[in-house]
Design a protein around this ligand. Structure first.
Ligand code: SAM
Ligand code: SF4
Length: 329
């Protein structure tokens, strides 16, 4: 059993960032210029990631998600997945990706033990995708999505970050996908991270879930609530009339779900990041590299105990020292 954190929440899900590099540059996540990447020697190796996951399982974690940056850029990704899948106690192993490299990777990843993927697709409109995600194309992401489905990396989820003036009108077309497909299309509220131009954009282009929901319902009919069996599910889930899949909303700004947060995050450079929207971190590398007296298990226990009660976006406070691509969502 994972020890409860300081606010009696049960942490049991570890998000592991594998890299701070990415093949896209989404406007709200990653700037084009003045980027500083972690030096390669600071990135955790496959073996070190495996050791952290083993410690997490010893403490009672069962859910693991790989993220980035773009996790598919790690050349040892299939090896990492194989190592994690082989740990007794890892019940759910998923990955969040922009999907672009999945045509080649989906089958080997499935064979190595990856269960499912969330694919980031902000719009089905080719021009607006280029404006918002800056590189890549709708066709490339859809090819990755098809490869994921063909490989059995399901149930498939699609992440759309709703951004005023860029893709807020396109949510209807994305939601319509759930009429024919058993996918979950999730609309995420923009969060300001890192204090720079991405944060500025997030603040000025924020669209509340209520507006996104209204737009979808006006076009496609009333959404019917779907009960989630998981109380820590950050998504509020719905179904369109006659729909096969689900439309879901993730509303960290207008409806924070910190009270049920069950997550711990591990950055690519080996820090437990205690809350997505705060700077608090605990460096796990001393326990991994220096034969330090403190163990990974000890540090993870400390990290869980030190999780804050919730974010402070309403007070204008957010994470300053890292941007989204350096944490992983
Ligand atoms: N590159 C992968 C991807 O895009 O899915 C994984 C890393 S990305 C940081 C993880 C998720 O964060 C994305 O799917 C996107 O939905 C979300 N995201 C990125 N920046 C965001 C922001 N400023 N506010 C809300 N969600 C954001
Ligand atoms: Fe890359 Fe994902 Fe960030 Fe977009 S959201 S820039 S795909 S890490």
């Amino acid at each position: 059993m994972v020890p409860p954190d300081g606010f009696d929440r049960k942490t049991g899900s570890l998000r592991i960032s594998l890299t701070d590099h990415c093949n896209l540059r989404c406007l709200y996540c990653m700037p084009v210029q003045a980027l500083r990447f972690a030096p390669p020697e600071e990135l955790l190796t496959a073996k070190e990631i495996e050791r952290v996951a083993q410690a997490a399982v010893r403490l009672g974690f069962h859910k693991f998600r790989l993220t980035g940056g773009e996790p598919t850029l790690r050349t040892d990704l299939v090896d990492i997945v194989g190592r994690l899948a082989a740990i007794d106690g890892v019940r759910d192993l998923a990955m969040t990706t922009n999907g672009i490299l999945l045509p080649d990777l989906a089958q080997p990843l499935r064979a190595a033990g990856l269960r499912r993927v969330n694919i980031h697709l902000d719009t089905l409109n080719p021009d607006r995708l280029k404006r918002l995600m800056r590189f890549g194309s709708v066709d490339q992401i859809l090819a990755g999505l098809e490869a994921a489905v063909a490989a059995g990396l399901t149930p498939l989820k699609i992440n759309c970050v709703v951004t005023l003036g860029y893709n807020d009108a396109d949510v209807v077309d994305l939601a319509r996908l759930t009429m024919e497909h058993d996918w979950q299309v999730r609309f995420i509220e923009l969060m300001p991270l890192g204090g720079g131009q991405c944060a500025q954009l997030a603040l000025s282009r924020y669209v509340p879930t209520a507006a996104t929901r209204e737009r979808i319902e006006n076009a496609l009919g009333p959404l019917e609530a779907v009960r989630s069996p998981n109380p820590a599910d950050e998504a509020r889930r719905f179904r369109l009339p006659g729909g096969r899949g689900e439309v879901a909303f993730i509303s960290p700004v207008s409806e924070p779900y910190c009270g049920t947060c069950n997550r711990m995050r591990l950055t690519a450079d080996g820090r437990f990041h205690l809350c997505l929207l705060s700077d608090d971190e605990i460096d796990v590398r001393p326990a991994l590299r220096n034969g330090h007296a403190v163990t990974v298990d000890d540090l993870l226990r400390q990290a869980i105990a030190a999780k804050p009660s919730g974010h402070r976006l309403a007070e204008g406070l957010s994470v300053e020292r890292r941007q989204m691509f350096q944490i992983g969502g």
